[in-house]
Design a protein around this ligand. Structure first.
Ligand code: GLN
Length: 193
């Protein structure tokens, strides 16, 4: 099984390391034809506006938009902004895969970035019984301001969803690739298998 990591910009390498640790082959995705050889894709953190620009330059916007509607996909931070069907602050276009509204840079500027313990929802509890809490690293993160009733909440922080799921599609506003745990990557891989 090969898992793709969108590699136009942003935090690609830490995901490669996590997948390697879990003995799964990864490939850096930059071109449309690569979507045919992967079982799922990670859209990493970075700068969503820049990613949109580069996705279009590489003729990847349309094919990726189609891919994320049906294939295992996980968007992290900027990646979650790409997956949302509505983006505010400011508004921008998206891949339209999840019925969530995200507000960009919603906790403030770079120095309002933080690490905190997350609260697991039922979806997570059925996957993992590990009692060790999951830490969330938030870096100029968006906040999920609205979500449709068909969205499952995987993790919360201060009573707000910070990781959500619908069918094949996951979005987290925090960065699991920057912590020691690889459990969330393992969880994504269960969606790919
Ligand atoms: N602030 C970035 C954006 O709006 C996201 C930051 C991140 O991915 N860590 O695209």
């Amino acid at each position: 099984m090969k898992v793709g990591i969108l590699a136009l910009q942003g935090a690609v390498q830490p995901h490669e390391e996590k997948l390697k640790e879990l003995r799964v082959e990864s490939v850096q995705v930059r071109y449309p034809e690569q979507l045919k050889e992967i079982r799922g894709i990670i859209l990493p953190g970075g700068e969503s506006t820049t990613m949109i620009h580069l996705l279009k330059l590489n003729q990847l916007w349309g094919p990726l938009k189609e891919f994320v509607q049906t294939q295992p996909t996980w968007g992290i931070c900027a990646g979650s902004i790409l997956l949302a069907n509505e983006v505010t602050h400011p508004s921008q276009e998206s891949l339209n895969a999840l019925e969530i509204t995200v507000e960009r840079n919603s906790y403030g500027r770079q120095n309002e970035s933080f690490i905190d313990t997350l609260v697991a929802g039922e979806t997570w509890k059925t996957f993992s019984s590990d009692p060790k809490p999951i830490e969330g690293v938030f870096i100029r993160a968006p906040r999920i301001k609205k979500w449709s009733s068909n969205i499952q909440v995987v993790f919360e922080h201060r009573n707000e969803p910070v990781m959500v799921k619908k069918n094949h599609c996951l979005a987290s506003t925090f960065h699991p690739e920057l912590t020691d745990s690889s459990l969330i990557h393992k969880y994504f891989l269960t969606l790919c298998r």
